[in-house]
Write a protein that binds this ligand. Structure first.
Ligand code: DGJ
Length: 721
């Protein structure tokens, strides 16, 4: 992709920011405005980037308006801004010129380029940061805006990144959803004008839309072909992404915090650091692009991303709010019988004045319910230990039911408009995390649990309501601006998580928001995994997990076997096994064969989990375009792979009647194939006495024989010794 405006050929400063495969190249024009002159495949000789602008035959009458590296608002540049401010004297104009830049190698693989821009008239300075993870071809980009004026500057729009991308056409894949319907993809060709993806929901920001997308260039990319950028904003709050096809038919991309109702004051000498926009680019399709992101996420982002995970038995769907010590002790034993690592106690264990026996009351009152748990959490931890299983617990510390002691005691801790009726989602309201007292309270809930029960081995952190009636009594009292609330809430949340991780660095935590209402790479610094959806119907999960997998590796996607859906237990289990396996069923209701199968499945999972969690993912057969789905994980050393296939169609003859090509193997190696996770007393139809070369499996292909009689099939492919 080349861009060119002849003004950029003046060549004062050229800044290439390169990963192993890609380059983003910036250059100053004669007025020292910094623009993007190239984004795409890296050249072997970096000196040649200077000549990129010479290749342009586009008129330059709008030079630098569109391809600004960080578009300022209100002066000569009149296109959609990345940064818009009101100065302390009320003036709304901004210009940004290049001052300096430097690149520091943080280590063998990570470089940080920082570029200082400055307004020539007003004392506002911006530093753009580009952190490049070279081998992974991932860039993390953010900016720091500094107010060196004497009085406060108001930030009206303050994006994280501003990119300029050039191709013949652009195909944007974005996602919509709602509760139990997460990650429905839509691909559209972008046309002239601005397409906005955004959220204004506050706390449960991703309920309708996640901050993740892909853009293919020239034509829709496939898994193995085409130019594609995967992007995601690391921010657990309102986001906004502008995709503007400009009058040259080039693509401007501006991503950051949503400025909706969020003008943000910056006092004299203060800085504002934007969240990171994270992206990768591949010329070889979406498969490679998502493997880039997975490699990066495991190594650099997700808490303990290269480590291990715990299989678990959760009681949510098994009991809902109806349990007591005796019942739970039985479930600990059931978990042990199943063979999982941990028992996870879900919602309903707390509150006394307004007991948490439904979702109508009690949220906020984090004392054990004495009727259900007369001996407290400590007793449960011990009981679980006696049963030979670890113990984890659910919390939803950011929220409150109006029917709670917390609400009665601290009505000013609650986000609500003082003059308007309260508006609820799931009968609850968010607490005001912009308030340091509330931050301490939220931290205190977890701290108390851990201090009193150091053996708690897992936390599920839920968040079930969006933010209606955004108003903070704290901001009002402390004479701050109400428009800070959406941003300060998220900053408050991160402060709590930071403090928690400083004291409890390792305990695994699941990021949950009534399902996938909060899934982003800033939160995942503190969490080991996320809950993709309350919808655990395995057929639905095949599609959802497929879409999440563009951005997030399997070890971060919790997937539980439940009673949702009409599929047999084997199918449900096989689907959960392509993520981080858990169970949410009544084990004692399983018949003998189902129990035997499930016990075997947990042990089979233990034998393949390393490949699923740490291997390379290849999506092979897309269920959106076929009547079955198939994907595989291959170990980095290509010694072992696991192939998962699921029938998704229900018409006569649906299934894999011809082989399809595998990927990620060594063409020169010989492989054995073995079907895993067979239901008791069933036999495989796969010829297991045969070995195949990697070349064969990746050229002729393989047929797992998925069909109406074999609706889900797991095949282990291992190098023959
Ligand atoms: C919503 C979560 O997504 C569920 O898994 C469960 O934890 C409930 N909340 C509990 O209230």
């Amino acid at each position: 992709m080349i861009n060119g405006f002849s003004a950029y050929a003046q060549n004062t400063v050229t800044i290439p920011i390169e990963s192993k495969q890609n380059a983003l190249v910036l250059q100053t024009d004669k007025d020292k405005h910094l623009g993007i002159i190239y984004f795409g495949k890296k050249l072997s000789n970096a000196n040649e980037y200077q000549s990129v602008p010479l290749q342009s035959r586009q008129s330059d009458s709008n030079a630098g308006i569109y391809n600004s590296v960080y578009t300022p608002a209100g002066s000569w540049n009149i296109s959609e801004p990345a940064l818009q401010v009101t100065h302390s004297d009320g003036n709304k104009s901004l210009d940004l010129v290049y001052v300096s830049h430097k690149t520091v190698n943080e280590n063998d693989n990570v470089t940080l380029t920082s570029i200082v821009l400055k307004d020539p008239v007003y004392a506002v300075e911006v530093t753009l940061f580009y952190k490049t993870y070279v081998q992974e071809n991932v860039t993390e980009q953010w900016s720091v805006i500094r107010n060196a004026e004497k009085g406060p500057v108001m930030l009206q729009k303050y994006a994280s990144a501003n990119l300029y991308l050039i191709a013949k056409d652009y195909f944007l894949t974005h996602y919509n959803g709602s509760w139990a319907r997460e990650m429905n993809p839509e691909e559209e060709q972008l046309t002239a004008g601005i397409r906005v993806l955004d959220s204004k929901l506050g706390t449960r920001a991703n309920l309708f839309q996640p901050p993740s997308f892909s853009v293919s260039f020239d034509k829709p990319a496939t898994e193995t072909e085409g130019k594609v950028l995967l992007g995601t904003l690391a921010w657990s709050g309102n986001f906004r992404m502008d995709f503007e096809v400009d009058s040259y038919h080039n693509l401007r991309l501006i991503a950051g915090i949503n400025n909706y109702a969020s003008e943000y004051p910056l006092n004299a000498n203060q800085e504002f650091k934007t969240p990171s926009f994270i992206y990768t680019f591949s010329e070889n399709g979406k498969g490679e692009a998502s493997r880039n992101l997975h490699n990066w996420a495991r190594k650099y982002r997700i808490l303990d991303g290269e480590g291990s995970r715990l299989t678990l038995l959760n009681n949510w769907e098994a009991t809902y709010f109806d349990f007591n010590e005796e019942k739970l002790s039985g479930l600990f034993k059931d978990g042990k019988k199943l063979g999982v690592d941990l028992f996870l106690l879900d919602d309903g264990w707390f509150a006394n004045k307004y007991p948490r026996n439904s979702d109508q009351a009690g949220l906020g009152d984090w004392q054990e319910n004495v009727k259900k748990l007369p001996h407290g959490i400590g007793y449960l931890v011990k009981e679980a230990k006696n049963a030979g299983i670890k113990f984890g617990i659910w919390v939803e510390p950011e929220m409150v039911n109006p029917k709670s002691e917390l609400y009665e005691k601290h009505p000013d801790w609650v986000i609500k408009q003082p003059q308007r009726p309260e508006h609820y989602m799931r009968n609850q309201l968010p607490l005001d995390l912009s308030n340091p007292e509330v931050q301490n309270f939220v931290f205190g809930i977890l701290d108390k649990l851990f201090t009193e029960n150091p053996e708690i081995a897992y936390i599920k952190w839920d968040c079930n309501a969006i933010t209606f009636n955004a108003y903070s009594a704290y901001l009002e009292k402390s004479k701050q601006k109400q428009s800070q609330l959406y941003v300060d809430y998220v900053k408050g949340l991160y402060k709590v998580l930071e403090k928690l991780r400083a004291k409890y660095p390792k305990v695994p935590m699941m990021l949950c928001s009534g399902g996938g209402g909060r899934v982003d790479y800033e939160a995942l610094k503190y969490f080991t995994e996320f809950w993709p959806s309350d919808n655990t119907d395995p057929l639905e999960r095949i599609f959802m997990q497929w879409e999440y997998s563009y951005f997030f590796p399997a070890l971060a996607q919790s997937a539980h076997v439940t009673d949702w859906g009409k599929q047999p237990l084997k199918f449900r289990t096989d689907v959960a096994m392509m993520g981080k396996l858990g169970y949410d069923i009544v084990v004692s209701h399983l018949n003998e064969k189902d129990l035997q199968f499930s016990q075997q499945a947990v042990s089979t999972y233990n034998s393949i989990k390393d490949v699923v969690w740490h291997g390379d993912l290849y999506r092979l057969v897309d269920p959106k375009k076929n009547d079955f789905a198939s994907l595989m994980f291959a170990s980095k050393n290509k010694e072992k792979a696991v192939l998962f296939s699921y029938l998704t169609g229900n018409r006569n003859g649906d299934g894999s009647d011809v082989p399809f090509r595998l990927q990620g193997l060594d063409p020169a190696k010989k492989y054995k194939v073995k079907e895993l996770n067979l239901y008791p007393e069933t036999k495989t139809v796969i010829q297991e006495n045969q070995t195949y070369s990697g070349e064969f499996l990746m050229t002729v292909g393989f047929n797992p024989a998925v069909n109406a009689r074999r609706t889900s099939v797991i095949v282990e492919i291992s190098a023959a010794q």
